[in-house]
Write a protein that binds this ligand. Structure first.
Ligand code: GN1
Ligand code: CA
Length: 312
């Protein structure tokens, strides 16, 4: 039952009771006593109404606050939504920009790759060109060497012709009314000193005797001209008519004269191994240092000389 009905029942009950006991004094009358006790203990009062009104007011205020809060929140949410849409549109344009940048980047990468391919091809072509050039250069060097050899050959042939005019046999070289023969041809085998000398005597000549510096230089130059302008080799020694087999260290020419001015290489004669008693001349790099003593049995080339056969 609601409070108002209970209140009404109790008021009605109290009134009836008061009616039945009208003989009581005012102060003792149950109506007043009940009314007083009810007012204090059970009945609605202005305080209760006030409380209810205050509660309602508070509730309204709370609702108002909540509503204001919600509106603020909604406002903020819509602001952030607005910002988000702004951001989203900015992001979209940034994505579009990035896509365009990416496309440009791809295009640039492709262009660079093409350039790199072109460069690689260019480098390959240049390398091929360089190889060809190197090959051509080496061919040219080889041709130059051949030309040089041909030149020496021609020089040697010229030597045979120059001033010879039939005064020396074919393939002999003339100098100061003396004819010289150099066994330069590889067709003629190398021989020991004695066998070489024998070849000279067969041609009515003898092994070379050098009587002057001029003759030494002439022999040396002729050797160089006869295709011996090549790196030094002990194979290319030419026997001369000079020995020290009788007395070690006393070098004697075939004509019996003692050698006084020798054109030995540095460190020669050294009588290597104790039996180098025959002298040979070599196409070295120094015309005045071109002799060496060698074992007489060692196979070498030789140089013959004889006076001119036909007088001019
Ligand atoms: C040669 O080959 P080897 O070094 O032993 C040369 C000698 C020289 C010597 C100079 C056959 O002797 O006469 O004195 O080099 N031998 C020959 O190092 O030519
Ligand atoms: Ca020697």
């Amino acid at each position: 039952m609601a409070d108002s009905e209970i209140f009404k029942d109790k008021v009605t009950g109290s009134y009836n009771e008061l009616d039945n006991h009208h003989e009581f004094s005012v102060d003792d009358h149950p109506l007043y006593s009940h009314a007083r006790s009810f007012t204090v203990r059970n009945g609605p009062s202005s305080r209760t109404y006030k409380l209810a009104a205050i509660s309602l007011g508070l509730l309204s205020v709370i609702f108002l606050v909540i509503i204001i809060g919600l509106s603020v929140h909604i406002n903020r949410v819509s602001d952030s939504h607005y910002n988000l849409s702004l951001n989203s549109s900015r992001t979209s344009s940034q994505i579009a920009q990035l896509r365009s940048d990416l496309k440009n980047l791809n295009d640039t990468t492709k262009a660079l790759q093409n350039k790199q391919n072109e460069d690689t091809n260019l480098i390959r072509s240049l390398q091929a060109l360089l190889r060809t050039e190197t090959r051509l250069k080496s061919e040219q060097q080889s041709q130059n060497r051949n030309l040089q050899e041909d030149k020496q050959k021609l020089k040697s042939q010229l030597l045979h012709l120059e001033d010879n005019c039939g005064q020396c046999p074919p393939n002999w070289v003339l100098m100061n009314k003396t004819c010289y023969f150099f066994s330069v041809s590889e067709a003629i085998p190398r021989k020991g000193w004695a066998a070489g000398r024998q070849e000279c005597t067969k041609k009515e000549a003898d092994l070379l005797v050098i009587n002057s510096k001029e003759e030494q230089v002439f022999i040396f130059d002729t050797l160089k001209a006869l295709r011996y302008n090549l790196p030094f080799s002990y194979r290319n020694g030419f026997w001369m008519g000079l020995k020290d087999d009788h007395t070690e260290g006393s070098w004697t020419w075939l004509n019996g004269t003692i050698m006084t001015e020798g054109y030995w290489m540095d460190g020669e004669p050294n009588d290597d191994l104790g039996y180098e008693d025959c002298a040979a001349v070599y196409p070295t790099n120094n015309p005045l240092k071109s002799w060496n003593d060698v074992p007489c049995s060692h196979p070498l080339k030789w140089i013959c000389e004889k006076e001119i056969t036909i007088s001019s």
